[in-house]
Design a protein around this ligand. Structure first.
Ligand code: NI
Length: 140
């Protein structure tokens, strides 16, 4: 779907703009406008995620955990089997003797996505959990 481009004027502190320009140059954006559009999209996605994880969501849960911790591997498997309808795939990497990295890919109701992430976060021996979600809508 084609969207009309609107022109806006923004006042920024010089150091903020200098920093921003440095980043978009490093990242290879063709123009400052493209960098700002991307930053606004990220901001909106973040805000929507923060304010309510509701409706259909796609996303990932990344976690690092100690698989030698007693009962943890089973608890993680139990949690994932309880949410079998929204877990589409997962990747498992053995990082070293004790530690594993797992990335779980989800597509489902936001409340469920949030619930399984919180359940995993609450397990002892899980060292790191990061939930990322987005509404699977057309590009803004
Ligand atoms: Ni492993």
């Amino acid at each position: 779907m084609e969207h009309e481009l609107m022109r806006i004027g923004v006042s920024l502190p010089e150091n903020l703009l200098t920093k921003f320009d440095g980043i978009i140059e490093k990242r290879g954006y063709s123009s400052r406008s493209e960098g700002i559009r991307d930053a606004i999209r990220s901001y909106i996605t973040y805000y929507e995620w923060m304010s309510d994880v509701k409706g259909r969501r796609v996303g990932t849960i990344s976690l690092i955990y100690d698989h030698t911790k007693r009962g943890l591997s089973n608890a993680l498997a139990d949690a994932q089997h309880d949410y079998i309808d929204i877990i589409k795939s997962s990747i498992h990497l053995h990082l070293d003797h004790d530690n594993c990295l797992e990335v779980i890919i989800l597509d489902g109701e936001g409340a469920d996505v949030k619930a399984i992430a919180e359940r995993i976060m609450s397990l002892k021996g899980v060292k790191y959990v990061k939930l990322n979600t987005a509404p699977p809508t057309e590009k803004m």
